[in-house]
Ligand binder design. Structure first.
Ligand code: SF4
Length: 434
């Protein structure tokens, strides 16, 4: 097939999972558009559908299967290509009869060649085995015109006992500082004021195998026009006191920390093969609040990990209640094939996991409410987003408090100073612009 025939093709990318996947999809889209493909969105009929998959839970896998069925209905003649985390796992091969190509997660940049192969040699193998574990697919999202998810790192060397991401995405590797800065400049030139540093384990950002996350932050705060840098999720053992201190001294680095806790019980943490005990997490959270009392601390928690007893779970609840964490992301443990935890004795019943998840969500709701209430009447900077709903625009303060303004003020993409007045029925702050 010649280039002209290929360029008449329409492509639609469907993204499941985390912001890292969204950033990568955005870059794949840009590359395909530059090569002359027509990119279509939503439920449009396309010649090629690319599903950027996720493998973090069973639910994510189920969504992938549902998506394939949906796309077959949209256009039975379309070619379907799987990329991303789930496609890199052995179990994805069970989908081989339902899709046209399964690409591993390491060579997303090869997608153009792979699409060409699909049309040139329909008998070509379904799965592309040409993996390069060291490759780094640099990317950033531009869709949400207010903030960009900038990928700085990929893969993970931690091998937590429940996690498939380290299997799917391979070993930890980082972009170069020069490249990250270059991308940050391009994002700023596109009119975006906030970047969210993204990766699988961003605290493990390295240069020449040496830890360099702090050094990267030191360079990023010097990028002209880059007003807000959000750190996103960072492992507690990699969140050094120096990083916290640097964030406290530089207003571009937002006082918002997302730190995976996973359990507040040290026996469970050891079984999870996490690299810290709960005391370290508590010390980091206290130090953040000591330097930045208004900072928001969010934590991930898994409920119902194998062998977790009611007592262990209550240990987690008490620990969270006593630690300055302001909100939680709670996930019931998901038994992932080929992980150490999947083979453990003492798997917890789903009903028990659900009950514990519900309890932690309600603890999170009350902590978040308390955090919001503590800041009533105070002023913060807020970046207003483009999405409009019921005549309102929404945004987040530097410390991740959700606010809303009248859409008629047309503040899309602007950073304003907002006094937090009172919350509506959904807990979102009405503000006064000062
Ligand atoms: S730190 Fe643990 S949970 Fe996070 S990606 Fe690495 S292995 Fe998975």
């Amino acid at each position: 097939m010649n280039d002209e025939d290929l360029n008449n093709k329409t492509v639609s990318i469907k993204t499941l999972g985390c912001k890292l996947n969204f950033a990568e999809s955005a870059t794949i889209e840009q590359h395909l558009a530059m090569q002359g493909f027509t990119i279509v969105h939503g439920d449009s009929c396309a010649d090629v559908y690319i599903i950027n998959t996720c493998a973090v839970t069973e639910t994510a896998e189920r969504k992938c299967r549902q998506m394939i069925n949906h796309l077959h209905i949209l256009n039975p003649a379309a070619k379907i290509v799987l990329v991303g985390c789930y496609s890199a796992l052995e179990q994805a091969q069970t989908l081989i009869s339902e899709v046209d190509m399964i690409l591993g997660s390491h060579n997303k940049m090869q997608i153009l060649k792979s699409i060409r192969n699909l049309f040139d040699s329909p008998s070509s193998p379904l799965a592309d085995a040409d993996e390069d574990e060291d490759s780094f697919f640099s990317s950033y999202s531009l869709h949400e015109r207010t903030r960009s998810f900038l990928k700085i790192q990929d893969g993970c060397d931690y091998h937590c006992s429940y996690c498939t991401v380290c299997i799917a995405r391979g070993k930890s590797r980082s972009d170069s500082i020069e490249h990250v800065i270059d991308n940050a400049r391009k994002i700023v030139a596109g009119g975006i004021k906030e970047i969210v540093l993204s990766g699988v384990n961003i605290g493990d950002f390295k240069v020449n195998r040496q830890p360099a996350f702090l050094h990267l932050l030191q360079q990023l705060v010097q990028v002209d026009g880059l007003e807000r840098i959000r750190i996103s999720s960072i492992e507690p053992d990699l969140l050094s006191d120096e990083i916290i201190g640097f964030a406290a001294e530089h207003k571009q680095i937002l006082p918002h920390f997302h730190i995976p806790l996973q359990s507040g019980n040290n026996r469970i943490l050891a079984l999870m093969r996490r690299r810290y005990q709960r005391e370290l997490f508590a010390r980091k959270a206290s130090y953040i609040k000591q330097l930045m009392p208004h900072a928001c601390i969010a934590a991930d928690v898994i409920t119902g990990f194998p062998t977790e007893t009611e007592e262990d779970f209550m240990d987690t609840c008490h620990f969270i209640a006593d630690t300055p964490v302001n909100m939680l992301h709670v996930f019931p443990y998901s038994r992932r094939p080929h992980t150490i935890a999947a083979a453990m004795e003492g798997q917890v019943e789903q009903a028990v996991k659900n009950k514990r998840t519900k309890l932690l969500i309600s603890l999170s709701d009350s902590k978040k409410k308390q955090f919001y209430a503590q800041h009533q009447g105070q002023c913060f900077s807020a970046l207003i987003e483009h999405k409009k709903e019921n005549g309102c625009l929404f945004g987040f303060t530097e410390n991740y408090i959700k606010v809303k303004v009248d859409a008629r003020l047309h503040l899309e993409g602007q950073i304003i100073t907002a006094r937090l007045m009172d919350t509506d029925a959904d807990g979102i702050y009405n503000i006064k612009i000062v």
